[in-house]
Structure formats: structure tokens, C-alpha cells
Design a protein around this ligand. Structure first.
Ligand SMILES: Cc1ncc(COP(=O)(O)OP(=O)(O)O)c(N)n1
Ligand SMILES: Cc1nc(C(=O)O)sc1CCOP(=O)(O)O
Ligand SMILES: [Mg+2]
Length: 219
């Protein structure tokens, strides 16, 4: 298994926008476009599409992400990530082994792991080659009825893992500052961005939350 080259994730910070389930690819691209200037990463997540539509949408998003220099991470399916040339994959507990994804995608791919409310899962994920660890859900989510609840102490406890810590679940620009203060390097968001009347403005509000936190840290 190639050892992960974590150069691309070192210092990663900001919004990690995740796409909503949208069947029309043109509409999906129109939703995502205004968000791209203000997001650190984009995740393609569609739990309703069939394999052909997911391939079409991942490929179309990748072209827009490349134009903005934003890494595209594919949810659930490292084979799709490999097939369309995306920058990485995000795997939950039922989405296959990180080691298999790393072997297929190579050392430069960005591999993320869902760790829910568990520091032990996070340690195991890093040992298996994850480039970032995600904890959640921090708040009730309109997107997914998450059964496990994470608290800010988990973000503090993961400080020594040496990889970016991602927070997910019901995050808005209003509740993000507390998570950033607790150590979240990225906040992963579906509804707080794409459910907003103006997704571009919502993405900018997240960016401001990170800017304010940095200004408080290094005045
Ligand atoms: C950044 C990030 N964190 C967590 C998840 C959730 O992954 P998973 O538990 O596999 O659930 P689904 O997203 O597949 O419903 C994620 N996608 N992204
Ligand atoms: C996909 C997902 N995973 C979660 C976890 O806790 O692992 S919460 C979640 C939904 C995130 O969407 P929203 O920003 O709309 O709440
Ligand atoms: Mg999954």
C-alpha cells in the first residue's frame, strides 16, 4: 500500500461544501458554481442517483472544480473517484476499506474517513491511511438522520492526530465558530450552504467565520 502523501491536506482550512441530491446535472452545476470561489474542498454526494448519473455528475463537477482549483472528493465510491480522475474519496464505515482505496488511488489522493463520535475510529483511520478524519453529527441535520452525536471535546481530543479534523452535521455560519474554536479545520456542510436562498453568500459567510477565527488567533 502506498504511504499517503499528505502534502495536499496540510494546512487545509475552511468550508468543505457537500452537494445535495439533485437529479438535474445542469441545476447541480448552477448551484455549485457560486460556491466554488469560497470553498476549500467540494464533495460530490448523491444518495439517490444511479451509477450512470453519478458518473456524469462527478465528471461535470470535476471540470468546474479544476477551473477553480478546488479538490473534488467523491463520497462512498472510490472506484468512481478513480474512474473520473477525482482528487479523492470519502469513506464511511460501510463504504469499503481505506487501504483498498489508497492502493487504487495512489499516495496523492485525498482520503477521508467518517469517525462519527469515536476517537478510536479516528486513530485507526489515520493508521490505515486517511488524510483527514470527520466527526459528527454536531447538530441535528436536515440532510441525514444521523444517529451518533459528536461534541466539541472530540475535536480537541483529536488535535494530536496530525491530520485535518472535519466537523459535520447541521452546521451553519452561526454555529461554526464554536467548532472552529474547538479545533475544526474544515466544516462539512450540505444544507447550510445549498439550502440557503443564496448558496454563494452562505459559502462566503463560512469563509468569514474562518477568517475571524484566524484574526483572533494571530491578531
Ligand atoms: C466529510 C464527511 N463526513 C462524514 C460523511 C458521512 O459519511 P457516511 O457515514 O458514509 O454517510 P453518507 O454520507 O454516505 O450518508 C461524509 N459524507 N462526509
Ligand atoms: C452526510 C452526513 N454525515 C453526518 C455524520 O454525522 O457523519 S451528518 C451528515 C449530513 C450533513 O448535512 P447537513 O450539513 O445538511 O447537516
Ligand atoms: Mg458513505
Amino acid at each position: 500500500m502506498p504511504f499517503p502523501d499528505r502534502a495536499r491536506t496540510r494546512g487545509a482550512r475552511g468550508l468543505y461544501a457537500i452537494t445535495p441530491d439533485v437529479a438535474d446535472t445542469g441545476r447541480l452545476l448552477a448551484l455549485v458554481e457560486p460556491v466554488l470561489p469560497s470553498t476549500a474542498w467540494l464533495q460530490y454526494r448523491n444518495k439517490a442517483a444511479d451509477a450512470a448519473l453519478r458518473r456524469e455528475q462527478a465528471t461535470a463537477l470535476l471540470a468546474r472544480c479544476r477551473a477553480h482549483g478546488v479538490p473534488l472528493i467523491v463520497n462512498d465510491d472510490w472506484r468512481l473517484a478513480a474512474g473520473c480522475g477525482a482528487d479523492g474519496a470519502h469513506l464511511g464505515q460501510d463504504d469499503g476499506a481505506l487501504r483498498d482505496a489508497r492502493a487504487a488511488l495512489g499516495p496523492a489522493a485525498i482520503l477521508g474517513a467518517s469517525c462519527y463520535d469515536s476517537l478510536a475510529l479516528a486513530r485507526a483511520a489515520v493508521a490505515a491511511g486517511a488524510d483527514y478524519v470527520a466527526f459528527g453529527a454536531f447538530f441535528p441535520s436536515a440532510t441525514k438522520a444521523a444517529t451518533r452525536r459528536a461534541g466539541p471535546g472530540l475535536l480537541r481530543g483529536a488535535a494530536d492526530l496530525g491530520v485535518p479534523r472535519v466537523a459535520i452535521g447541521g452546521i451553519t455560519a452561526d454555529n461554526a465558530p464554536a467548532l472552529i474554536a474547538a479545533g475544526a479545520d474544515l466544516v462539512a456542510v450540505v444544507n447550510g450552504v445549498f439550502g440557503a436562498p443564496d448558496p454563494g453568500a452562505a459559502a462566503r459567510a463560512f469563509q468569514r467565520a474562518f477568517d475571524h477565527a484566524a484574526a483572533r488567533r494571530d491578531p
